[in-house]
Ligand binder design. Sequence first.
Ligand code: FPP
Length: 263
Amino acid sequence: MDGNGRWAQRRGYPRAYGHVRGASRVKAIVQEADRLGVKALTLYAFSTENWGRPEPELKVLWKLLKRFLKKEEAALARENVRLRVIGEVERLGKDVREILDPAIERLSKNTGIQLTFAVSYGSRRELAFAMRRIAEEVAAGRLPAEEVTEERIQSYLWTADLGELSDVDLVIRTSGEQRVSNFLLWQAAYAEFVFPEICWPDFEPLHLVSAVEEFGRRDRRFGAVKSSHSIGEAPGLKTSYPALEERESIHATGTEGFNRDLE
Ligand code: FPP
């Protein structure tokens, strides 16, 4: 969700207004992702580095997160959206936790699109926490060092409960910046990247469609040498993403209520 501040400043507004407009984009994008058949969507809402922002800006961000939850939880529930957060949530204020935690709990059994807000999130920190816990297990003799495999490491990350969905297929970074910025470094090891020039407050559902279509045109080889057609025959390897029409036909049903409620 990059570019809120620049979007506002270019128009002569305070940065905070960019966040207001940015937050108002979220529901339409979740709605469109669901319609496209995206199974898991993670929005990078607040990084560990963002704690360094001025206090008034932080206040606006927390207010917007709380407002989104209060306003949209019922619609998310009706449409079977499972809400999660990843990050150091214990650093968030009591007022935010009091709204966030029960909302997550109430939506936790849902089986539709897995919507994750990365809040107070940093990928290196996530990996450091995972490594520390693994080291403790090894030191205590509960985990043999040779069992510290890729799968084991994955199971200690904040995305562990997503299972195979924790592997990111597509990262979209708005605002024209072309950096990873500490986002899902492990999980995005084989992700495709798309960098739309527009800032997040201007990011419309049609831009998401365009990014997904671009993704569909990529030849994902996962380090192999042939086209995705041939590596698809190898067990355990993902093939290319289904065509947009195919995904639409699979997921076109069941989202009407959500669409209506989010209007
Ligand atoms: C990036 O823009 C955006 C953020 C740091 C905050 C986004 C979070 C919200 C809008 C709060 C509500 C969240 C949800 C999920 C409902 P930037 O300020 O870094 O933009 P810049 O790079 O142009 O300065």
